[in-house]
Write a protein of this length. Sequence first.
Length: 421
Amino acid sequence: MYDLVVVGAGPYGLSIASHAASAGLNLRVFGRPMASWRDNMPRGMFLKSEPWASNLSDPAGRWRLEVYCAEQGMTARHAEPIPVEAFASYGLWFARHAVPEVDERMVTRVASVPGGFTVVTEDGEALHARTVALAVGVMPFVEVPQALRGLHPALVTHSSHHSDLDRFRGGDVTVIGGGQAALETAALLAEQGTRVRVLARADRLVWNDVPPPWERPLWQNIRSPHSGLGPGWRNWFYSERPNYFRRLPEPTRQRIAATALGPAGAWWVRDRVEGAVELLPGHQVTSARAVPGGVRLDLASRNGGPRTLETEHVIAATGFRARCDRLGLLSEELRGTLAALPDGSPAVGREFESSHPGLFMAGLVTASGFGPAMRFVHGATFTASTLVRGVRRRLRKTPAGGTIPVPGAGKREWAPTPVRR
């Protein structure tokens, strides 16, 4: 039986695995390393986070992005965005140096059993673990507006469904959303000759400013410190003190998680959008239906009456919604034991343990508990060290061959498992 199985091999999963291996845990790691970064982002995109805030985490801090870039003859400078392809390659390099061998099979089921969990891979192999860390990224939580659901994928896709946009050359595409994914997707489409427009609910688009220089007077640093989520004390609190964020009253956490760092485009994509892309802020899709040649969208406008437009394809860059009921790889019984927050995401304790003892969560699913940093790579450093500490604490409470007590389970159902000698 393994001490820990890590499900997922993105920035969070790889960071957790590195810390767990350093702690001497007997572990397995499953997933295709950096899969969503390699398969679900079009070529030409850039990392919105600062290079110095985009490190995967190993305990010694040896395998940083800047080290990889130096080896490759690249630069990793403040205020110079890194191509997504380079970041994905960095993740693979990190996995080779800082993580035990990653098993690239997908995990299809995690179920609770006396003493821990059974983890089943895509080819049917079953493994047993005393603890499990879910670091499944964002793909299980794709969110498409209600009005667009049910339309064929030939007509409507999510922005994360594209590794390239070549199929839309010379066509007509409508992008829905006002954040970085929507605006950068629209820029790439326009630059390849696609007729493209952006629909956004907000009355105006928001653009992030060019970050202040790294070297600046002390008084400017005191007034508005740098942080992994941008300058300013509020962002510093979100990015550097997630343990204190968790202590805020739940309604406050929920409000911040839902509204902080809202939809905005990076400063370096603004000139590629304005003047090149038709922008329709203040519009919302109320209904959609297939028509010959594409999709007809019925729109509601805040500044006028309803209108209709037709387009060949719709790309919904409408983000992700992390909910317990979307954790489909968990058995129904196990999923049903999870306590959830008002937004449907799993409740986790101070060391990322869910309400089911031994089951840990990482990444986007923890943003409502630990704050906006968990939506970015920057949150992986705090998560990895804290979660592995929680795993070790859980293992000390549950010796090998013992029983993990599950709330509501009777003693007869959870008899100790004999220790094999």
